[in-house]
Design a protein. Structure first.
Length: 235
């Protein structure tokens, strides 16, 4: 797994010209992958996926057919968003997102794992609760806030989650905090985690995030390649 290789500093680089990225603009996992590819300057052939009409090409290379999926060459495919992020940074890490002290690596990986394995489950129960399940939604929201207050505590000690410069952890977690906030944005901005809100608003206002949120129509097999590198000036 790329995550364990990153932790041990033994990432194997695979260089491919214009890999294929299957993506969905609003998916937080896909946002995570695009953030890594963009900051690394990796140009991909972007294929925006309509989730209700997934292309046969995606189904053939990825049985679970969830986005993002990065096709490097032949049958070499990366299915996980965090692995795509780390693969991109292994190619090029101009912002130093992987640069950190050794003892921090395990803490960084643990925070991302908590986001993916705990927070996201509560977030889904909050975001997708039925209208008549108000108590359940609020209970899930409360569980989400346990993690958000943990992030806020870190951000009161520094501008980013692990110090005064962003790391891959900030970008891995950012799309999910954004998803939580957008369930009820007005309510979110009343909450007492001011450092977290400042961090989120600052990252969302930046050119990097703007560049990964450009809209594209769903890809069709007959379409010409859309070469994408995340620049906000592309469209």
């Amino acid at each position: 797994m790329l995550k364990s290789l990153i932790q041990t500093g033994s990432v194997t680089l695979t260089r491919v010209e214009h890999p294929i990225l299957y993506s969905f603009r609003r998916c937080p996992y896909a946002m995570r992958a695009r953030l890594g590819l963009s900051v690394a300057g990796v140009t991909v052939r972007l294929r925006e996926v309509a989730l209700k009409n997934k292309p046969a090409a995606l189904l053939q290379i990825s049985p679970k057919a969830t986005v993002p999926v990065l096709v490097l060459a032949g049958v070499e495919v990366i299915h996980e968003s965090l692995d795509i992020l780390l693969w991109a940074l292994a190619q090029n890490d101009p912002a130093g997102w992987l640069s950190t002290d050794g003892p921090q690596l395990a803490l960084m990986a643990a925070l991302v794992a908590e986001n993916d394995q705990v927070f996201k489950g509560h977030l889904d129960r909050y975001k997708y609760a039925s209208r008549d399940a108000v108590e359940e939604a609020h209970a899930a929201r409360d569980q989400c806030e346990v993690f958000l207050f943990q992030l806020d505590e870190r951000l009161r000690r520094g501008s980013y989650l692990f110090g005064e410069r962003p790391s891959y952890v900030d970008m891995a977690i950012l799309p999910f905090v954004r998803q939580f906030a957008h369930v009820d944005l007005a309510w979110f901005h009343t909450r007492p985690y001011s450092a977290l809100i400042r961090w989120l608003d600052g990252l969302l206002a930046g050119d990097l995030f703007a560049g990964v949120m450009t809209k594209y129509p769903p890809w069709q097999p007959q379409d010409p390649d859309t070469l994408w590198s995340g620049s906000p000036l592309e469209n």
